[in-house]
Design a protein around this ligand. Structure first.
Ligand SMILES: Nc1ncnc2c1ncn2[C@@H]1O[C@H](COP(=O)(O)OP(=O)(O)OP(=O)(O)O)[C@@H](O)[C@H]1O
Length: 652
């Protein structure tokens, strides 16, 4: 409490002018309140002139709002989503009416749309429309000054919306217009509503442009603000009453919005109710879950939609340069260091990036020229990107609905997929009410239900803890087994890659460094990074007559040498490294002196990192008993040795 007070107490030099500012803004409002003839208020507001002006104001402001929505929403989308030349100029144009004096706006409107303006004669001759001195002119004037509020508010909301939602929707088969109405708009609804309310309030209060452009004709263009102006001259008290009405409306709008007018897109944590899932902890699949057996019993309805076999042929150019071919049912793990081009590869296959281009054939269909929503390439981004405004069931049915499957059928099939993945009982939950593991499974169900021919999973297990990870991995393997297309899984975890995939594609700098079965990759990793991630020691060097001249200096003797001069990687399993207190006797050829730098427990064994002046860092794996016997501790001086037969050389 006291901490709060001290933290929020502002310095007087700032507090004083700030208070003055508040007083300055408040004084005119208090003036209205104090001078309002409360006794005559009803009479003033009920007078025929005021009622007529009020009706006109409502009519004009609602039309202005409607026009702003029709024109401003697409404009905001364009500004937020499309890169084009002159965008800054268009944005300035949108903002202009906000800073322009409204009377100048009125003059500009006259010169543009007035009787003698640029478009006026044409409007009159072709459509019989005359704007000045007509209600339609008041609508145009109000729209001109009010629409920027909508565009700015909505553009802000769209800018804050993660694009992966829209991209995922497209990958599920939804056309851009469908994505806009079913994903984009619902997700930016708060920003849109706020923008619309401000637009309406601004249109309701519009004066300068209206009087200049449309004139001040009672019943035709004389809206409430214009009436205030008129009343002020002969009935100042009535003017005060009407001012109070407009003030109350404006305040009501602002209070209702509570500062949300810059637009806040919905995000996963911020939607609806707080997370109330009883299975907050990584939920093991319920006992009744139909998916655990190898022969998933609940598969029938869903699997009927999954007939077909789609081999993959892709040639990727641009940042990624590689060719991929795989038989139906193959799962390929894509691994590589940060920046290796894994995501770019997936986005190229989806047709979502200009950075790489994929010539893509799925089964008999060449989908290269098709837009993302027609490719039947489903994507599960890292965070799942479940649509927060839809239930798990509606999320899962999304792709089917996008393919015009009738609602009831789509929901039935979606429920079957959720059941298969063991989350059928969560069908009615919103994504914010799901645990990470549950959300991942729903995201997977959603992708599979969309009947894809190629499935792309971007680190599907990254956000999960170890227990859930093992469980979801199992589920994933079971369900990918029945999939008739190819599945690419991006992962940073080679262990995961090895356990999940039929093939491992190792990327480096956009190219395929290795594309081989997991056993081959773990035995002969061709990348030091993969070898190290798999827990192996990996030393690069150049093959010599009896082994390897290490890139970092020093030599390594091996039993099976490679042709001299070849670039190679020496792989040494940590279990093959012997640790000694004293220099070992006999004749091991690879012996180094070193210092223990770190000891970590891995299961029931210890991993010991040993730094040596004569060789690269070496990891040894030993039992805790052996470590105790050797008296190992950080900083201990030791000797290490590796038999020549225990070193595998992999040509790079
Ligand atoms: N929009 C972009 N514009 C320019 N360069 C980009 C863009 N996106 C990615 N890159 C660059 O392209 C390369 C590959 O990026 P990519 O995101 O595909 O790698 P990644 O393997 O998925 O990495 P990470 O494991 O970090 O996700 C990186 O060098 C990255 O900096």
């Amino acid at each position: 409490m006291s901490r709060l007070r001290t933290r929020t107490r502002p310095p007087v030099a700032l507090a004083l002018p700030a208070l003055l500012a508040v007083a300055f803004l408040l004084m005119p409002l208090i003036g209205i309140l104090v001078r309002t003839p409360w006794g005559d208020l009803g009479e003033h507001l009920g007078s025929p002139g005021v009622v007529e002006a009020l009706k006109l104001s409502l009519l004009v402001s609602l039309w202005a709002l409607g026009l702003s929505l029709v024109l401003g929403v697409p404009l905001a989308w364009l500004l937020a989503r499309v890169e084009f030349k002159g965008k800054a100029l268009v944005r300035s144009l949108v903002l202009l009416p906000m800073v322009l004096p409204p009377t100048v706006g009125g003059v500009a409107l006259l010169l543009g749309f007035g009787r003698r303006g640029l478009l006026g004669p044409w409007l009159e001759d072709s459509f019989g429309i005359t704007l000045p001195f007509h209600t339609s002119g008041a609508v145009v004037a109000a729209t001109f000054v009010a629409m920027p509020f909508l565009v700015i508010s909505l553009e802000g909301a769209l800018g804050g919306l993660k694009q992966s939602y829209e991209e995922t929707a497209a990958s599920l088969g939804a056309s851009p217009v469908r994505v806009f109405f079913t994903v984009t708009l619902p997700m930016v609804a708060p920003g849109l509503v706020a923008g619309a309310a401000l637009t309406w309030a601004r249109a309701l209060g519009e004066f300068g442009a209206t009087i200049t452009f449309a004139g001040n004709l009672p019943g035709t263009t004389q809206t409430l603000p214009l009436q205030v102006y008129l009343l002020l001259q002969d009935q100042p008290e009535a003017a005060t009453s009407v001012s109070l009405l407009l003030l109350a409306i404006a305040m009501a709008v602002l209070i209702a919005l509570r500062g949300r007018w810059t637009g806040t897109p919905i995000d996963r944590g911020a939607v609806t109710t707080p997370r109330t899932a009883p299975e907050e902890a990584p939920a093991p699949a319920p006992a009744s879950e139909p998916d655990e057996g190898p022969d998933a019993a609940g598969a029938a309805p869903a699997r009927s939609a999954q007939t077909g076999h789609w081999p993959l042929h892709a040639t990727v150019t641009g940042f990624n340069r590689l060719t991929l071919a795989a038989e139906p049912g193959t799962t390929i793990a894509v691994v590589g260091e940060n920046g290796a081009g894994k995501t770019t590869l997936l986005r190229a296959l989806l047709g979502l990036t200009p950075r790489a281009h994929a010539d893509l054939r799925l089964g008999d269909a060449d989908v290269t020229a098709l837009p993302p929503h027609k490719r039947q390439v489903a994507w599960v981004p890292q965070d799942g990107a479940l649509f927060p405004h839809l239930s798990a069931l509606a999320n899962t049915a999304y792709g089917l609905r996008a393919r015009s499957v009738p609602r009831a059928d789509a929901r039935r099939e979606a429920q079957a997929w959720l059941d298969r993945l063991g989350v059928g009982h969560l069908a009615q939950r919103r994504p914010s009410q799901l645990s990470g593991g549950q959300a991942q499974r729903v995201a997977l169900a959603r992708a599979l239900a969309a009947r894809p021919r190629l499935l792309l999973l971007d680190e599907p297990l990254a956000a999960l803890d170890q227990t859930t990870r093992a469980h979801v991995r199992h589920t994933l393997r079971t369900h990918l087994a029945g999939f008739g297309g190819v599945c690419l899984i991006v992962t940073h975890d080679p262990v995961e890659a090895v356990s999940l995939a039929d093939r491992v594609l190792v990327l480096a700098d956009g190219r395929a460094l290795q594309d081989a079965p997991p056993a081959e990759v773990s035995r002969h990793p061709r990348s030091p990074w993969v070898a190290r991630m798999l827990g192996r020691n990996a030393w690069p060097g150049i093959a010599s007559a009896d082994g390897l001249a290490l890139a970092a200096g020093g030599r390594l003797v091996v039993a099976e040498a490679l042709p001299e001069g070849d670039q190679a990687l020496a792989i040494i399993a940590p279990e093959a490294v012997s640790v000694h207190r004293d220099r070992p006797g006999g004749s091991p050829r690879n012996v180094w002196r070193g210092t223990v730098r770190e000891i970590t427990a891995v299961g029931s064994r210890l991993r010991v990192l040993i730094a040596s002046p004569d060789a690269p860092d070496l990891v040894a794996e030993i039992t805790p008993d052996a470590a105790a016997e050797l008296g190992l501790a950080d900083g201990a001086e030791v000797w290490t040795s590796v038999k020549a037969t225990e070193v595998t050389l992999v040509r790079l």
